[in-house]
Write a protein that binds this ligand. Sequence first.
Ligand code: SF4
Length: 455
Amino acid sequence: MTDNAKLFNEAAEIAFDEEHWQKINYSTGCIESNFARGKVNYRNMDLEKQRAYTLRNKSLMKLEKLLVDFETHFNANGGKVLWARNAQDALSLIFEIIAMERVNKVSRSNSMVLDEIGLNEFLSRKNIGLVETSSGRFVLQAAKQKPYHPLSPALHLSKEEANAVLTENFKLKPNSSTKQMVNFMRFKVGNEVKETQICITGANFLLSKEGGVVLTENEGNILKASSQAKVHIVVAGLGKVIPNLDDLSVMLPLLSSHATGQSMSAYNSITFGPSRNGEGPSYMFVILLDNGRSQLLEHERQRQVMSCIHCSACVSVCPVYKNIGGYAYGSAHVGPMGAVMTPLMNELADFAHLSTACALCRRCTEVCPVKIPIDELIIENRNLINTKKVGNSKCDTLLRLMIWHCKSRKRMDSPLFMKKLEMRRFVNLQTWGDRRVLPEFAPKSFSQIWKETDL
Ligand code: SF4
């Protein structure tokens, strides 16, 4: 078992914490009912999903051209596209810009790609202050915790727990209402972003034809922070590019309906490079991040996961996520899409356990707005894991033993105590887990019963 798999098993123990289980299931249940509401806005949701699927697949097929065109057009708009092969490259580029501007504090948005490159840890190592603009992340920063869910980073905290964190750190009144807490954070973040000259965000989409960056949110803090800053740095994975502005009419409503159940998110901004009239950032950089995505693109079937629009619907319905929570994955990409992406974007052996920890219930595939067949891609990953022999070898041995056993009538009919003995000898109780009970053998095999039956 790899170190990552051991960490996964340890973190997954949280599944047996009843209180935690209740909180996660309550919160993910609310999100699920939200996107059930979002469906009402569509007369034919399946047709719209098919449109999105076709659009995203076409984008992937001509990804190289779309990216190069985006670079040309964004640079022509006055911005600057930078390419980063990995997280370290992206962080070095960000640091160069920070050093150039000589600032000691930046703001950031809630974004998976910024977590993927380890932005917060990097800034703290460099002693650069950070303003978290999303409310969930603001609470987590004060509580010194990591995000738990891509869309609702503080999903694992109850309202009372969030209140306790704000009371302890900012002397907010205990028993404050949600509205009071939100107002307080909005005021605090609003003031703090005024002091930051650099705002770092992800991107929801990049528009190839127009050279535009699309950002969608509900709190308005990204818009506030990025428009007040002198420099706006966008970090975007290679798969974020779509052909043009028209495609947003399909993508944005699908994203918001599957993320929060809204027909449209409250704030949608499209930025075509830096400001030309003095309002908004004077400099804008887009860092196009590979970090294992080219490696993922080499897999003919699994590359489809790059169509993901990060709505998090699959995460919120996944029974595995609902039990083990967001910390066990050891990656910014959690839930079903993480189970496909993370092993292929990194060393397969290090994250193979993510693809095997799946019940194949297909809920993720059913909810996905861009029709990614996530369950099939997880099976593809498992095939690859078997071919490359990087999975759990003890599990393989056990399966081979079972096949060997089932192939022989004599062995199947062997006495009960022999079967039990073999089972105990070959099943490693440590990996089986002490909470699971070994299955009981039937006292007699089928053929023994058949022979005794008088037909
Ligand atoms: S895989 Fe599909 S459901 Fe999951 S986050 Fe991506 S777009 Fe949403």
